[in-house]
Design a protein around this ligand. Structure first.
Ligand SMILES: *Cc1c(COP(=O)(O)O)cnc(C)c1O
Length: 387
């Protein structure tokens, strides 16, 4: 190769500088602020995904996940990918072609459950509630009597509306009386608000790391009861996804520890450290902190003259949906917070687009310091528009 062509190649190479992302305060619907210890864990050396030291780390992560989910389920793993990957692992393995899945209509993520169940070859039926309200057990019972679904999915913490689903044991009781399995979306509840997988009779719960666990996205918690796993191992037809086939993943995360795909090792380190922080704080103390700190946020928002989208009974501490006052441009406020304060909050989704802001209070972001900051910044942004 001549000197001239080497020079041309260098001239061709894109000239990008060093990576310096802005230092944001993350108070949106996820990701949340990452604890420095988790970032540090991510810069520790890589080992192989079958290295004896990594196998030990896998055991620890599984044990910490059981603690956080409040479960003794053997089948408790981090799925490679974001929350949607653990969601698709749950739905794609538990819904077989010909099965009927009952899903809710009261938010954005019930709609995602529906799409995934349809792709898995399932029939989908719906239990209705408006966006901004939880499911009523009476409606769930009626939907069961009418459709006899095999699988029932509900969203424990609906990030699109700021609603926490109450009465979970009542919902799972209805499903079990009809011999159905229950899948809970706990993406915005795990590690942030009370969730008791075993006591509440949840058969499968999936979550994500970047919400109340304050960990970067990439390895997403999933737990299945023996009864749920029996159904997975007893399927007539293989699940449509090879990557998310739990009967194959069992070979890696179960007793064999044999290769299926290369685990996202660094993300597993991160999740381990994030879960260690949960264990150090204590799960119940962590739920209490979210309630307390987010309670101060809610009170502060109301003092600014703003109104919460969800009534107090269904208020979700980890995601505060606030109504945009008449005459205020929601996008301009979001832009002002980002430009002037390096602060991220989010707009509404779907049916609530333009009607609400979504302010997260999750994990390491659920701190008094963040709450004071967001309230002061919001007051300024609203004043800019004459509120
Ligand atoms: C964020 C979220 C998801 C999806 O998680 P991703 O990590 O974005 O794939 C699913 N359900 C709920 C309730 C969520 O808040």
């Amino acid at each position: 190769m001549s000197d001239a062509s080497a020079l041309t190649e260098r001239e061709d190479a894109p000239d990008v500088g060093e990576l310096t992302p802005p230092d944001r305060t993350l108070m949106g619907p996820g990701p949340s602020d990452v604890h420095p210890r988790v970032l540090q864990a991510m810069s520790t050396p890589l080992v192989g995904h079958l290295d004896p030291s990594f196998v030990e780390i896998m055991d620890e992560v599984q044990e910490l996940l059981r603690y956080t989910f409040r479960t003794d389920n053997k089948w408790t793993i981090p799925v490679s990918g974001t929350g949607s990957a653990s969601m698709e692992a749950a739905i794609g393995n538990l819904v077989e072609p010909g099965d009927t899945m009952l899903v809710p209509t009261n938010g954005y993520f019930g709609g995602r459950m529906k799409s995934m169940a349809e792709r898995a070859g399932g029939e989908v039926v719906e239990v209705e509630a408006p966006w901004g309200e939880p499911l009523d057990p009476v409606d769930v019972e009626r939907a069961f009597d009418e459709h006899q679904p095999d699988v029932f999915g509900f969203v424990h913490a609906e990030t699109s509306t700021g609603v926490l689903q109450p009465n979970v044991p009542e919902l799972t009781g209805i499903a079990h009386d009809h011999d159905a399995l229950v899948i809970a979306d706990s993406v915005t509840s795990l590690g942030g608000v009370e969730l008791r997988v075993d006591e509440w009779g949840i058969d499968a719960a999936y979550s994500g790391p970047q919400k109340c666990l304050s960990c970067p996205p990439g390895a997403s918690p999933l737990t299945l009861s023996d009864r749920a796993m029996d159904k997975v191992l007893d399927r007539d037809e293989q699940p449509r996804s090879w990557y998310l086939d739990l009967s194959l993943l069992e070979g890696y995360w179960g007793d064999d520890r044999s290769y299926h795909h290369t685990a996202p090792i660094t993300n597993v380190y991160a999740l381990r450290e994030a879960l260690r922080l949960v264990a150090e704080e204590g799960i119940e103390a962590r739920w209490a902190r979210h309630r307390e700190v987010a309670g101060e946020l809610k009170a502060g928002l109301q003092e600014l003259g703003l109104e919460m989208n969800a009534p107090d009974e269904y208020w979700l501490p980890s995601l505060n949906a606030v109504r945009v006052p008449d005459g205020i441009d929601d996008g301009a406020v979001i832009d002002h917070l980002l430009a002037e304060y390096d602060l991220e909050i989010a707009s509404g989704l779907g049916d609530l687009e333009g009607d609400i802001w979504r302010i997260g209070c999750m994990g390491h972001s659920a701190r008094r310091k963040n709450v004071e900051y967001v309230l002061a910044a919001l007051e300024d942004a609203l004043a800019e528009q004459g509120f």
